[in-house]
Design a protein around this ligand. Structure first.
Ligand SMILES: C[S@@+](CC[C@H](N)C(=O)[O-])C[C@H]1O[C@@H](n2cnc3c(N)ncnc32)[C@H](O)[C@@H]1O
Length: 296
């Protein structure tokens, strides 16, 4: 059964489609659901006041089909209603915790190519939230896969270490986090922060809410290894599925709109024609315990 559901885009309501999926079969859920009411003309928005009620039964299915080691990343942002931010995202987080999810972390996507704008009472909205939920505290995470170059700051900062920099400096705010700056001398790569600086997608993908390929790719690298399964239950134009294919992971995509399913399939076909198959890719690599891929 499980093999039949991989590497496909399904058309329909994700809540219903997922009812046919077995428990614990997905490693990562990465998705950007319809935002409350925002794009009603394009693909049927949900009223902000009804958003939590609409989303919760879907979240229950996501929880059932996600492996205990898996992660759910939800890309969402509360919209402004009557001059203030609506609370449906905060309400949703609280309700999902009641459903048994852990609200493990939150990432910020800074849209680095936003153009300027003028509003009477606020500035241009230039970032989105990516909220991380897990079923268990011990989830799969491959931090080495998303390391970044240490950058120029290191030349000056590490050349002038204070005495505190050379020992573990416990957080003064009592957070329990400490740092030993001298540990980073001589290293080229460091772990990133939870703020991602990525340009928005500007190319025409025939969908009004396409996120950049880099966004799902970053999370797929962080939370899965080659051969794992990535689900996007609101797949739109297929960006998450495309990212999964490019990284040698299996995918499952779902969208309620037949038109978007068609667009997704077309994009995936074009990509698959240009890439070696997932099987070929997997055969070329082995994965060590720390998640690093080694060429065989
Ligand atoms: C924000 S868009 C996703 C865009 C996508 N990230 C991309 O890069 O193209 C949300 C999608 O959810 C779909 N959708 C809305 N309700 C749905 C449901 N109940 N089940 C599955 N898909 C749904 C819409 O058709 C829309 O394409």
């Amino acid at each position: 059964m499980t093999k039949d559901i991989f590497d496909k885009i399904f058309q329909g309501d994700c809540e219903k489609i997922l009812q046919d999926f077995p428990d614990n079969c997905i490693d990562l859920i990465f998705t950007s659901p319809p935002y409350a009411d925002q794009r009603a003309k394009t693909y049927g928005g949900i009223k902000p006041d009804n958003y939590v009620e609409w989303f919760l039964p879907k979240a229950a299915e996501f929880k059932r089909i996600l492996k205990p080691s898996g992660t759910f990343i939800l890309n969402i942002k509360e919209r402004v209603v009557d001059g203030e931010r609506h609370t449906y995202v905060i309400d949703l987080i609280l309700k999902m915790r009641e459903q048994g999810w852990l609200w493990t972390e939150e990432f910020m996507w800074h849209k680095k190519n936003s153009y300027p704008g003028k509003w009477p009472n606020r500035f241009r909205d230039n970032w989105e939230r990516l909220i991380q939920f897990n079923k268990a505290k011990a989830f799969a995470m491959y931090q080495e896969a998303v390391m970044v170059p240490i950058g120029d700051w290191a030349k000056d900062r590490l050349a002038n270490l204070s005495e505190t920099d050379k020992i573990r400096d416990e957080s003064r705010a009592g957070s329990g986090f400490g740092k030993n700056v001298s540990n980073w001398i001589g290293r080229d790569m460091v772990y990133p922060t939870n703020v991602l600086h990525m340009a928005t997608e500007t190319g025409n993908k025939n969908h009004s809410a396409v996120f950049p390929l880099d966004l799902p790719q970053w999370f797929i690298k962080l939370f899965t290894k080659p051969g794992d399964v990535v689900l996007d239950p609101f797949v739109g134009s297929g960006t998450t599925a495309l990212a999964a294919i490019k990284l040698g992971r299996h995918f499952v995509g779902i969208d309620i709109s037949p038109e978007y399913v068609e667009i997704s399939n077309q994009r995936l076909l074009e990509t698959q024609l240009r890439l070696p198959t997932i099987a070929e890719k997997k055969a070329k690599y082995s994965v060590s315990k720390n998640g690093k891929r080694h060429k065989k």
